[in-house]
Design a protein around this ligand. Sequence first.
Ligand code: BG6
Length: 504
Amino acid sequence: MFDANASTLRVPPTAAVIFGATGDLTHRKIIPAFYHLAKNGHLPEGFSIIGFARREKDDATFRQELKASLDKFAHTKPVDEKVWKWLESRIFYQIGDLPTAEDYVKLAERLKSLPHANAFKGNYLFYLATAPNYFCAVAENLFKAGLAPDEEGMHTRRLIVEKPFGEDLPTAQKLNRDLVKYFPEKTIYRIDHYLGKETVQNLLYFRFGNSIYEPLWDSRYIDHVQITVAEKVSVEGRGGYYEGAGASRDMVQNHLMQLFSLIAMEPPARLEAENIRDEKVKVLKSITMPSNAEILKRTVRAQYGGGLIDGRQIPPYRQEERVDPNSMIETYVAMRLEIDNWRWHGVPFYLRTGKALQKQFSEISIIFKRPPSVLFAANNTKISRNWLRIRIQPDEGIHLHFNAKVPSQPTLKQVEMSFNYRESGQHYLPEAYERLICDAMLGESTLFTRADEVEEAWRIIDSVRAAWANEDTTNMPLYSPGSMGPVESDELLRRDGRSWARPV
Ligand code: BG6
């Protein structure tokens, strides 16, 4: 409710219920997001949050714990005490067990008795920040307690579902089927937090808001595309979760597939949710997966061994906490995808992601075709390919690398033209969760994944995983922490006469 004039998006009166309220996500991301929404004037007076979890706790203790985390995790510091006071007076704690239906009846009563209940009048946002095996039970229990959307559409009831959304295509399909029994598709908001990043949203604006790039955006001018999401962090304490996921499910099925489809999709008829989602699904559908043998040639999976990153000792993945000492789970993936449509026929898309790498950065590189060299052949000049580098994070920006004459010499050199978000203005860059939670409360679903989109992404990842599962090996390549991945990944591109763009 602060800086009301600065705000253009104002959420209607709503009560948000967070399931998994004592978990890491609530503390690190969800509450800091609500705090920044309050700070920037997006939240209405008639707003409340209920944290629902099993541990015994009162409102005051819950608020204190959230404040301690906010002080640590807020991306703008120090925390504005006036804003926090405003928000904290609207935060409540409800003890409850996720599978227990009666606890939702109590939740419904509590919601009705909150101080601002007359303002939000039964309009609720439910945030599933729980382990995925509870998603369906929570939706069903909300339904039984009369908290799901009503047929008459009297109230706004929406469900935010965190990742992972299923663990393969059949489980994702089942989850989709189960959830829509209680919440219609248009009230389900599947989170992929990459879509909340300003730089990811900018992919659409950049592509379709300029006339100089779109005419070049196809196989006539583009040689290939690279998408890198590199992480310096290792698996650390998340071994238990990671053993069931690996890089392909944790990162490729969702975040990398989102970047991929936004870069490759056709222009939508309108910049509206269904139009954009239709185009994204279309491009995923245009990926035909080859035979297992061919998939093995086009993909690389690897694990980090032991070593140092910035002087810090990293244990080999197989010695991380709660990791099987013979684990075949990949902490690194590289793959080559091909889109079978008119625009992209013959243009490879190389994707890579990994943990414990040299640098923390996410970037999309569009590498254009090499110009004919005949004009410069006499001087033995090697002409570099033009390179459009879209930096998603950190140092968010866009860089165009092109060739220019070296002064006083008859030769060419690659130079760079840059746009940097942080240098370019006074604009506040919200965190992904701020934008996504705000949009869910506004009923704006563009930045959330639709059921068919999630399923198409699983179809691709399932084929890759099936090929890996059939591979006759008990080992996989290792890479050193602090490197940019295994040599096999470099080899994947070298075979095609290409190389990964250097980390800048
Ligand atoms: C999450 C993954 O979805 O994304 C994590 O589960 C990963 O393993 C994280 O570290 C990366 O997100 P970001 O925004 O830091 O790039």
